[in-house]
Design a binder for this molecule. Structure first.
Ligand SMILES: NC(=O)c1ccc[n+]([C@@H]2O[C@H](COP(=O)([O-])OP(=O)(O)OC[C@H]3O[C@@H](n4cnc5c(N)ncnc54)[C@H](OP(=O)(O)O)[C@@H]3O)[C@@H](O)[C@H]2O)c1
Length: 236
């Protein structure tokens, strides 16, 4: 596969999970990688583990000024990936409007803020991470469905307005990352039972999603795409 030598890659949300796997893949293929998220200690640990000169910079995507300030140095990025999110689960009548708005502010408006503030090199890409709940809703996941669907609209709109910048979204099914840690002792059993129902008989790994993101970066004909990477969840 082609490398990323000489390319600058920014992964917002790169200190954990899918973002971190994406940063690792890009760095291992020669990119100069920057990871960004809210916690400097987490970033430092992740950057050290990624190696290849990866650096971590603090960024909270929930604030206009913070995002604009982050990009104010005018750095030119070949590829920007946004995975940052912290989403609530629970019934609509139990999640307050304030909490729902806060998660929209982080995942959707965070992506929007990064899109409008970043400067891209010719041939560059912008990739978001949505989620299968946009197409396959579930009780208790309504806010996530709405946010991910909005992100898909943003993707297609930006792919037209920002062209020739290529803008894409990968919408994963269940991926084994720290987002599932909230299940506590039930975590492993829950993931095992989801895996057993999938055609691929396993849940996704962050590296699976990183491969799809690398595809978007490397494929000059790919833009305005939303790819559901779900182990066959959508067809079962
Ligand atoms: N894992 C799954 O099963 C799954 C399925 C479908 C979709 N997704 C989507 O995939 C994306 C990545 O999820 P993941 O599983 O990789 O989660 P994760 O392991 O929890 O990683 C989330 C990353 O985002 C950062 N972050 C959170 N809020 C932020 C903010 N306001 N500003 C900047 N950074 C922020 C976190 O670092 P800090 O907390 O230190 O800031 C962390 O680096 C999310 O959009 C999620 O909805 C995941």
């Amino acid at each position: 596969m082609a490398g990323f030598e000489g390319q600058r890659v920014l992964v917002v949300g790169g200190s954990s999970g899918i973002g971190r796997a994406t940063a690792e893949l890009a760095a291992s293929r020669g990119a100069a990688v920057t990871i960004a998220s809210r916690d400097q200690a987490k970033l430092d640990a992740a950057a050290k583990a990624i190696g290849h000169g990866a650096v971590g910079r603090v960024l909270d995507v929930t604030g206009d000024e913070a995002v604009e300030g982050f990009f104010a140095d005018g750095a030119i990025w070949n590829h920007v990936v946004v995975t940052a999110a912290a989403l609530p689960a629970g019934p609509v009548r139990e999640i307050s409007v304030t909490v729902a708005q806060a998660s929209m502010n982080a995942k959707f408006w965070g992506a929007y803020r990064v899109a409008r503030a970043a400067t891209f090199a010719e041939g560059g890409t912008l990739t978001f991470v949505g989620g299968l709940f946009s197409q396959r809703p579930a009780p208790g996941r309504v806010v996530q469905s709405a946010i991910n669907a909005a992100l898909e609209g943003l993707t297609r709109g930006l792919a037209v307005e920002f062209a020739p910048l290529r803008v894409n979204t990968v919408a994963p099914g269940v991926i084994d990352t720290p987002v599932w840690d909230g299940l506590g002792a039930a975590r492993d059993k829950t993931l095992e039972s989801i895996a057993a129902r999938l055609p691929v008989r396993r849940i996704g790994r962050p590296e699976d999603v990183a491969l799809q993101i690398a595809f978007f970066m490397e494929t000059p004909f790919a833009t305005g795409m939303v790819t559901y990477l779900d182990g066959g969840a959508a067809i079962t």
